[in-house]
Write a protein that binds this ligand. Structure first.
Ligand code: HEC
Length: 158
């Protein structure tokens, strides 16, 4: 068998076993994130992540067009590594992601993944467990918002 292929399979299976989907997320929010409020006890916790998104406005009900657009991006660029359940593939499953992360954190992570993985405490902790670095997917700002809407739908938000 091709040596590179063997390496890929080895590293994928290693990642699979070392980053089980049933482990507790590194941080679980115990209250609904309030984007208008930014008084957090630990300034290093960076609940909004690192990037340009400081205050993401969520709309109710969900925007169906954005959900559909987000789903197409998921199918194209994310589904190879992320399941929609809480089961881990290469990266964590997306079920519950909008409860464990703020909208700002998600959008900053998706559009600014390299800096987030280098500097954001939560992202760094996740990388340590998963041991695979999520590649930059060249996601545009409006695409990130569509993905977020699709994630909210997947989490049963309305
Ligand atoms: C090659 C595999 C891969 C692809 C493709 C990928 N990701 Fe990831 N993703 C990861 C890994 C691995 C992590 C965990 C952090 C790390 O180790 O880099 C992650 C973490 C995440 C997280 C944080 C999840 C959590 O539970 O906090 C989000 C959000 C995310 N990815 C969104 C996306 C989006 C959106 C796309 C598609 C545009 C995408 N990912 C494509 C591998 C991938």
């Amino acid at each position: 068998m091709n040596r590179n292929l063997v390496l890929v399979i080895l590293s994928l299976s290693l990642a699979f076993y070392s980053c089980g989907g049933n482990s507790e997320p590194t941080s679980v929010r115990d209250e609904t994130p309030d984007p208008g409020k930014n008084e957090y006890v630990d300034p290093n916790a960076n609940p909004g992540g690192i990037g340009k998104f400081k205050n993401v406005e969520l709309t109710h009900p969900l925007d169906d067009k954005m959900v559909t657009a987000g789903e197409s991006i998921y199918d194209l660029k994310c589904g190879s590594c992320h399941k929609l359940t809480d089961e881990k593939l290469v990266g964590p499953g997306w079920k519950g992601v909008t409860d464990r992360r703020s909208p700002e954190w998600i959008m900053n992570f998706v559009t600014n993944v390299d800096e987030m993985l280098d500097k954001d405490a939560e992202a760094k902790a996740m990388l340590e467990v998963c041991m695979v670095r999520m590649p930059n997917q060249n996601v545009k700002d409006d695409e990130a918002r569509q993905i977020l809407e699709f994630m909210r739908k997947n989490d049963g938000k309305n």
